[in-house]
Design a protein around this ligand. Structure first.
Ligand code: FPP
Length: 249
């Protein structure tokens, strides 16, 4: 089975899951964190090379203050409790996003987890935290514009590779597969440049109910997709100059 080299997941539906159980939204986030833990281990054991989890978007800062601070505490607790396990599983942890906005103790926990796992060579686990694709692209454009202004490069030197390497995701390869749970079918400011040729997999399952078997379903759906990157299939011989349809006059 062809495995994606990079899976990116939009873990959606914690709030609705909790509401269905008549519990506060925060309960859904607790269950969602447990599920994230299981899926991280599952990806690592399956030999997936890169996993990006959308843990908190730039827009999530506009949620009620109590929910924001709960999510930050949850993240800190996850990192404190899990770092040792990440090392044991040979998982390297890093973060993309605007960390100037996260509370100091969360930032510290992130730095500790990053340092502790820096030498790990297995799964590359990335949390998109306080992350927004538009903001990421804006920063990259600004940085390139400054280099042009300083005369280090000319405008003609700007190409797709330069933009890709200026994004925070570099050097992680673009995601082959983007999974979104809970029935929503949109990108929500996640990896917009990087998703140019990603395969999408949407499931109605709410994130707290997402299991390893759901992950397997996504992986087998991916393995039968034909990725043509805008070209035609290599086995497609139907385009033969003797066999072209006549164009209408
Ligand atoms: C979406 O559910 C989820 C989030 C905004 C946060 C994702 C966070 C977690 C899964 C927990 C923290 C993760 C880790 C790895 C420590 P929602 O609240 O938007 O749900 P709704 O759409 O049903 O309201």
């Amino acid at each position: 089975m062809t495995l994606p080299k990079h899976i990116a997941i939009i873990m959606d539906g914690n709030g609705r899951w909790a509401q269905l159980k008549r519990r506060p939204r925060t309960y859904g986030h607790i269950k969602g964190t447990r599920v994230a833990k299981k899926i991280i281990t599952a990806c690592s054991r399956k030999g997936i090379k890169n996993l990006t989890l959308y843990a908190f978007s730039t827009e999530n800062w506009f949620r009620p203050q109590t929910e924001v601070s709960f999510l930050m505490k949850l993240l800190r607790r996850y990192l404190k409790r899990e770092t040792e396990n990440l090392v044991k599983e040979n998982i390297r942890f890093s973060v993309i996003g605007d960390l100037t906005r996260v509370p100091g103790d969360v930032y510290q926990a992130i730095e500790q987890a990053r340092e502790a796992t820096a030498q790990c060579t297995g799964l590359n686990l990335v949390f998109a935290l306080s992350y927004g694709s538009r903001q990421e692209i804006t920063l990259a454009v600004r940085e390139i514009a400054e280099r042009v202004a300083k005369g280090e490069i000319s405008a003609d030197d700007i190409d797709e590779a330069m933009i890709s390497t200026s994004l925070s995701t570099y050097p992680t390869p673009d995601p082959d597969l983007i999974v979104r749970t809970s029935g929503e079918q949109r990108l929500s400011n996640f990896l917009m440049w990087q998703a140019a040729y990603s395969e999408f997999y949407f499931t109605e399952v709410l994130w707290p109910n997402f299991t390893e078997s759901h992950l397997d379903e996504a992986l087998s759906a991916f393995s039968v997709r034909q990725r043509r990157y805008g070209k035609v299939s290599v086995n497609d011989n139907s385009i033969d100059k003797n066999n072209l349809e006549k164009l209408p006059n």
